[in-house]
Design a protein around this ligand. Sequence first.
Ligand code: SF4
Ligand code: SF4
Length: 188
Amino acid sequence: MDLVVLSTGMVPSRHSVKLIETLGLNKDSYGFLTEVHGCLKPQETTNMGIYICGCAAGPKNIPSSVSTASAAASKAAILLSKDTIIQELIIAEVDENLCMGCQRCEKLCNYGAIKVDRDSIAQVDDLKCKGCGVCASSCPAHAIDIKYHRDIQFVEEIKGICCTELEYKEEYVDTIELITEKLKSLTP
Ligand code: SF4
Ligand code: SF4
């Protein structure tokens, strides 16, 4: 071999840091913007209406840049073509009486949808929240529930599954009691 040709290294734009901070977007360890999911939600960011393409999401050749730009433009056009936006109702809700302002939920939320306010109470941004449940499952005070998927609803579902018209099935009684006791202990 007589010749080795290396491509020039590529780094994110120096302005992207400010952009990411301002728009509340996610980045990878190299500082490039990241999509919500490369396969299921390509070009989409955690902020509805903001799409990324080309080298904003990492080094790409020209064909890839053009195709991702077309995809991003199409998604933006679809969003703008609607008169109304349907808001998902399955989102997080915080029990202010239980929240102790530890900020764990804020740090873990990938969508920047929950923030602790000046009164040390976590507040959910209904438009940003995707109802993923990460905050609810990680809150040490059990202060967060997901609407329509509250713990108490699951307990009732389990009871429904385990019940017959005649009586509880014996093998499930202990489990139900355990869950019920746990929930009682969480009630302020
Ligand atoms: S993790 Fe729970 S206790 Fe901590 S700030 Fe969030 S809601 Fe409040
Ligand atoms: S449910 Fe998910 S998206 Fe919504 S606030 Fe909690 S972690 Fe963020």
